[in-house]
Each structure stands twice: as structure tokens, then as C-alpha cells.
Design a protein around this ligand. Sequence first.
Ligand SMILES: C[S@@+](CC[C@H](N)C(=O)[O-])C[C@H]1O[C@@H](n2cnc3c(N)ncnc32)[C@H](O)[C@@H]1O
Length: 248
Amino acid sequence: MPSSVSPPSSPPLDPVAVSEDLTPLPVAKVKGDTDITFDGQLRSPLKLHEDVRTGCGGQTWPAGMVLGKHLLRYHRQDLEGARILELGAGGGLVGLGVAAECGVHDKLLISDQIPMLGLIKHNIQLNGLKSRAASLELNWGDPLPQVVLDKKPNVIIAAECVYFEPAFPLLLQTLKDLLELNSDAVVYFCFKKRRRADMQFVKVAKKAFAVDELFDEDRPVFSRQSLFLFSFRNKIHRANPKAASKKA
Ligand SMILES: C[S@@+](CC[C@H](N)C(=O)[O-])C[C@H]1O[C@@H](n2cnc3c(N)ncnc32)[C@H](O)[C@@H]1O
């Protein structure tokens, strides 16, 4: 999409705006600080300032809680040496949890659209994570920012980014760009199915990527809440991981 065209912005937290809801969007909180441990996965709680005045990502969403806990429980060691990019980060819940706990060697990039960047910066500062994490403007569907091209992230985190149908092709394009940029990369992807169309996103993703449902001992609990947890990889990597490594 040309950068002169504005990307679709987040929808309002207005149940009336979503006629096909299977499960409602979370009730909007006004603002305040919350302590988060991802069910004890964090040694000291992450402080998250929530404020929905700049967009729906200003509050924590269920998939962010599931993905944060999953990453800290099952992928802690891989994340330490990883080059990590978070997409549609909102206030930065998942990325900041990883940055706080995993002693990442490389600064984690926490991205969203411009209106959310102030909140991300605030939360980085609130947790003293300036040396481990940085905010970044990244609009899905736009060419990847130079810092991303240079870094070639090998771990991409996306929580609750399937919630606004007009943005699906844009998000898919960004995921394709990232998995082409680094064919060894893995995308950890979690979302809550709210509308029938949400599963369409997965159908299209399965055509483009190697998609796997991830093991998690909490799956029986979160799948009852219509939460899905996947990894996406480049199909070349799946077919021939050694060849993919040489290309990356
Ligand atoms: C539902 S929130 C999820 C926030 C956070 N990941 C979490 O799980 O709590 C979705 C986020 O995607 C961002 N977003 C929506 N459309 C976008 C686009 N076209 N480009 C980049 N980010 C976008 C929104 O600004 C919002 O912060």
C-alpha cells in the first residue's frame, strides 16, 4: 500500500460497531496502572499503564496474556539471544514481559501505529527497560522500516492482531515481508476468535506460511475461551531448514 494512503486505524471499542461478534470485545477501562506477572512467570511484576484514549491497544487483551505466559514458560532460553520484533503491541504487554525477564542481548523492537507509541515509551520507562526495548512505528502493509531491514528479526510476536477485518491483508503482507526478510524467523501468533471472519485469516495464513498450533498445557482452558495460539514459519524453512539458514 502506498504510504500516502492512511492505513485503517484500530476500531473503537464499541460493541455496536461489530455486528457479527461471537464474543464481545473487552470492556474499555479508562486508565491506570496494572501489575502483571503472567501467572507467576515474571519474577517481579511488570507495571503496565493502560489508557484507551489513543486506541484499543491501550489496554491488555486476553491473547496478550496467553502469549506472554506461553513465551516465558516455553521459550525463555531461545528468546535470550533472539532479535525480537513485536507487532501491534498496544501498550507493549508481551514484548515488555519478555524484555524484563529474558535478558535479551538485542534491543527488542515494540511496534505499533503512531498513536500508541507514547504509551509504549511510557511503559518502557515505567519498567526501567530503556536499555532492552525501543518503540517503533510500523504500519502493517507499509514497507518495513530500515531498522527492521537491518536487524532481520528472527522472532516476531503478535498478540490479538486479528480483530479488524480490513487490516487482515495488511498484516499478512507484513508477515510475508518479515518471513521473506529472514526465512529462519518464527512468528508467535495468538488471537481470540470473535467473528467468523477471524478464521479466514488463519486459512489465508495457511496458504502463505507453515502454520502449527503450539503445545501449551493451558490450551484446554484458553481454547474454551476461543483463543488460538500458532507459530508461522516460511514454507522454505519447513521444507529445507539448512537452505533457509543460508538464505537468511
Ligand atoms: C487489540 S490490540 C492488541 C494489543 C496488544 N498486542 C495486546 O495483546 O494487548 C491491536 C493493536 O494492533 C494495532 N494495529 C491495528 N491496526 C494496525 C496497523 N494497520 N498497523 C500497525 N498496527 C496496527 C492497534 O493500534 C492495537 O494496538
